[in-house]
Design a protein around this ligand. Structure first.
Ligand code: FE2
Length: 138
């Protein structure tokens, strides 16, 4: 069972985003577990690649929704995604080469980043998207 898990307290109240957050949180919990339990390098690599893939897909999804809604804080939000993209590019090669410390460092960064980003930045976006949807329906 992953130590790090999505819970209702992480909800941003947009279904497609909450669904993807659960997948991302789960993959990160798996990576955390694999590193703590001393899983093989191949197993760590497989989970890391899955995590990178679902994060990329997820950021692209949010950015598409924000662009479509002409969200005013788009640049600020995307900047935060870019910080993660940069960290992943920096850490992934070392982790795949078997550097466990790099793995722990990335996991620690992502645990904090995801909690903060989903609690503030994603919730602001979620509120905007829901309001816009209500306005369009009227
Ligand atoms: Fe986001």
């Amino acid at each position: 069972m992953p130590a790090f898990q999505w819970s209702k307290s992480n909800e941003v109240f947009v279904r497609s985003i909450d669904d993807q957050h659960q997948v991302v949180f789960h993959a990160l919990g798996e990576l955390q577990n694999a590193l703590h339990s001393g899983a093989s390098r191949a197993a760590v690599k497989e989970i890391l690649q899955r995590l990178v893939g679902c994060l990329e897909e997820h950021f692209a999804h949010e950015e598409k929704l924000m662009r479509g809604a002409r969200y005013l804080s788009f640049d600020w939000h995307r900047q935060q995604h870019n910080t993660v993209r940069k960290r992943l590019r920096h850490f992934a090669p070392a982790i795949e080469a078997g550097d466990r410390d790099a793995g722990h460092e990335l996991v620690e960064f992502l645990l904090r980043w995801l909690e903060d980003h989903t609690a503030v930045t994603d919730r602001m976006m979620g509120a905007y998207l829901r309001n816009q949807e209500r306005t369009l329906i009227r």
